[in-house]
Design a protein around this ligand. Sequence first.
Ligand code: ADP
Length: 491
Amino acid sequence: MHSLLFIASEAIPFCKTGGLGDVAASLPAALAEQGYDVRVLLPGYPAALEKARSGVAFELCQLEVAGYPLKLIETVLPHSKVCHWLIDCPPLFGRPGNPYLDETGQPWSDNHRRFALLCRVGVELAMDRAGLQWRPGIVHCNDWQTGLVPALLSLENAPPASVFTLHNLAYQGIFSYQCFTDLQLPRQLFDPDGIEFHGQMSFIKGGLLLADRINTVSPSYANEIQTAEFGYGLDGLLRYRSEVLSGILNGIDTGVWDPATDPLLVKNYDRQTLPDKRVNKAALRQQYGLNASGDHPLLGFVGRLVEQKGIDLLLAAIPELVAAGAQFIILGSGEKQLEQRLSRLAQQYPGDVAVVAGYDEILSHRIEAGADIFVMPSRFEPCGLNQMYSLRYGTVPVVHRCGGLADTVVDCNPATLDDGSANGFSFDHPDVGGILYATHRAIECYRHRDTWQQLQRRGMSQDWSWQRSALAYQQLYQHALVLSERNREHP
Ligand code: ADP
């Protein structure tokens, strides 16, 4: 049986701020179903430890790593084959709130220490130095918070194969040289062939340069990040590593996201009972004070309120779309100025625009079910999950054609309607004109019930499950093992 150590900074149900939290839960679970012996290593944030202790959890071992005494807490969730290990280290992880940001929205000032500890514990476990008599064949790291793992493993004798998955290149974990010295990392790592990046320390570079195999979360994003436009200064490095770089589209948890069984919906429905979807729309309109008279298409948005998501572009497009008969329900949290601009818009268009600031799992499901159209004008989108949830819920997506959005949404036009592949609407330029161009077409199509239902049914019949992606990860791991063996023979 293959043994896998999966390291991430978040995973539901312990902690989630974005798509990584979904992936770090679903992928290990799918691999465990396919026969892998999987352990997931996570920081022990207070809410995560509380979640673990609400089930069966015990202290697996005590360690001292980089001067920090810590406990490793093991838990296996009900109905799960995945074993979770949480690092209980109160000085670094024992603080409430966002795992990455303090109360003012700034990164925690000791993030370099916090995530270096996650990495160092990962290395101790990978090298079987924690006395657990367990050694993984593969270590799978995710995003910058785990980037030091491949870097540190590259200095070990006969390390396991390492894989680094990039979920978003915009977040790189760049810290000053002082932080590097503060961490007392091996001196040789501060080198252009290591984690040095323009005189600073880059966590992500450790993963991208030194993992045996790297990938990202959609084939299109894997290509885009090799260009100057999307490469955030790392496109050269990514082109250099292009032979070991690929894209695997994320899946979605089809157990959680299924309109036929989702317990969070007002009314369940499937392809056969599609008209019942309307009950969810009516409930949303009523609860959030949207005018219930007339058949207005309801447009939904759920996501982090950051520049990446193109919410500023949507803000500018909303007045014209409301004039065309659209209503909006928007759920998000993030940059304060975007939250404020959104709530001003809601005040300006009462009855047509509803805005909910915050993180709300239940409402996110209800928007997926109750909206007619889901808008994702992201400037870039490594994979994106909401468009896949939307497709499964018969909520037609309107997206900027980039990254994972390009790989999942097929624009509706006469040719794609004819061959049956159309499932949404897309636009090429991330600007207000682009959004208006695609959304007006969607609103027009909404008024042609047969065509609209064709789009809805197409999306609902597509397979976005993790099984497909997990098989692709298995092949990736095999390749990583071959490369690691080769590196060992010819260092
Ligand atoms: P990203 O990782 O860039 O945030 P993804 O589309 O990959 O974007 O994943 C975002 C995930 O987080 C989705 O599951 C989405 O529904 C969820 N999400 C984002 N913001 C909120 C929110 N305010 N309330 C509830 N769920 C949210």
